[in-house]
Design a protein around this ligand. Structure first.
Ligand SMILES: Cc1cc2nc3c(=O)[nH]c(=O)nc-3n(C[C@H](O)[C@H](O)[C@H](O)COP(=O)(O)OP(=O)(O)OC[C@H]3O[C@@H](n4cnc5c(N)ncnc54)[C@H](O)[C@@H]3O)c2cc1C
Length: 388
């Protein structure tokens, strides 16, 4: 039996995999460069994660779902996509049952905190915090990673879960498609005058995209894709001045606004790894697929990948078995590549200000409004009927 697994990165993907492998007779070491205090008490980072039904099911299976405060789970009843100031709206709701939510929104820091709590109770996981991987090697015989301070860990499988800029991926000689978008995503919670009714609204102006994600009554997350400098300037504004700015940027559709914060600007880079596996190696989370957040699938993919890999590893005599790792790589690629490419297409279409692109945008919305396409979009957002 060869069942020593080293996971690098205790972000949402690495923690999900460690939790999913619990009780599988594997010896798991999770290496994380941040100190334990930062992991145990993560501060709000402005990211509100839209979870699909498949992700909710996975989080229930992992025992993580009950760790979310119930009043911090916000149902997403409908998504409406507009084109600039045009009154036409593509409305996407649950294709299954009238009134069933499309998904739910939970803050990223609450997901990270709950996952860590679920992992820290496990006897088969050793968490090494405040330790950075400086070198990694993996071949048919085994794997080893060198940590800052000189410690070397040896194992039978190395899993890279160390972000879209994965250093481990580079150390193992695996390349990635890397697309700097040249824009940032600005996020901030805000209170507003008019109700959101649980509807997420997204629209495309000619110099930016805007989304309002419904949270508690009278509160939404304002999400703007802007050029880098504009996003940085907005994030640096005192909160008391930011509210009126956000009201203007959202065309006063929700009335007066008060910024609650935090206001954060995330520069955007999209990545897709050339391979998701190699000799005694697997890539999960953003290290495998670094999605653009506009289609809200980065963590959903990370969690699905962790579950998929754990399923394969659970009964493997040798966790470095090439067939198990290849099967994970092939199925995860097939499950993620279509939406990754579709998202790339959306991003290109909506950042192209030439007249043909603008006309095409309107046509796409109207085609999307056709009932069969609208139903398919609903199913995709909910991840029903898609392989998980
Ligand atoms: C604004 C925004 C909104 C988003 N909205 C959604 C959404 O609605 N739905 C959704 O599904 N996803 C969404 N996402 C994406 C989601 O947040 C990410 O996909 C997810 O957090 C990635 O998790 P991860 O564990 O793969 O990587 P990360 O969260 O990047 O974690 C990687 C970890 O590895 C550690 N690490 C890195 N290098 C090393 C090293 N050398 N040694 C040791 N440790 C290391 C890091 O410290 C970190 O803790 C959004 C993202 C953004 C920016």
């Amino acid at each position: 039996m060869r069942r020593r697994i080293i996971i690098v990165g205790a972000g949402p993907a690495g923690l999900s995999l460690a939790r999913a492998l619990a009780g599988s007779d594997a010896e798991i070491t999770l290496v994380e460069k941040q100190p334990h205090e930062a992991l145990a008490d993560p501060q709000p980072d402005g990211r509100e994660i839209a979870l699909t039904h498949a992700s909710v099911r996975h989080l229930r299976t992992l025992g993580v779902w009950p760790l979310f405060p119930p009043d911090e789970i916000h149902p997403l009843r409908e998504a409406r996509v507009l084109d600039g100031g045009s009154p036409f709206a593509l409305a996407i709701s649950s294709p299954k049952r009238r009134g069933a939510p499309l998904g739910v929104l939970v803050s990223n820091h609450l997901i990270r905190r709950a996952l860590l709590t679920a992992v820290e109770t496990l006897d088969d996981v050793t968490l090494l915090c405040g330790r950075e991987v400086r070198a990694a090697r993996a071949d048919r015989d085994g794997v080893s990673v060198q940590l800052d301070g000189g410690t070397t860990l040896n194992g039978d499988l190395l899993v890279a879960a160390d972000s879209r800029f994965s250093a481990v991926r580079a150390m193992l000689g695996i390349g990635a498609e890397t697309i700097p978008v040249g824009r940032s995503m600005f996020v901030c919670r805000a209170r507003h005058q008019r109700p959101h009714n649980g509807v997420a609204t997204e629209w495309f102006d000619y110099d930016r995209t805007t989304a309002m994600l419904p949270l508690a009554p009278g509160m939404s997350s304002v999400v703007l894709t802007l050029d880098n400098e504009q996003a940085r300037n907005l994030a640096a504004m005192p909160l008391e001045h930011l509210g009126p700015q956000l009201a203007a940027l959202t065309r006063h559709r929700w009335g007066a606004m008060e910024a609650v914060g935090p206001a954060v600007a995330y520069p955007l880079t999209i990545t897709f790894s050339h391979r998701f596996s190699g000799p005694r190696t697997a890539l999960i989370g953003d290290a495998a697929v670094g999605m653009h957040p506009v289609t809200a699938h980065g963590f959903n993919f990370g969690l699905a990948g962790a579950m998929r890999l754990a399923r394969g590893l659970r009964h493997a005599g040798d966790v470095g078995d090439a067939r198990v790792l290849r099967r994970y790589a092939v199925t995860h690629r097939a499950a993620t590549r279509p939406l990754y490419l579709a998202t790339l297409g959306i991003v290109r279409l909506y950042t192209d200000e030439r007249r043909p692109a603008r006309t095409l945008r309107k046509a796409v919305l109207r085609i999307g409004a056709l009932p069969p396409i609208r139903r398919a979009l609903g199913a995709m957002l909910m991840e029903r009927g898609l392989p998980s």
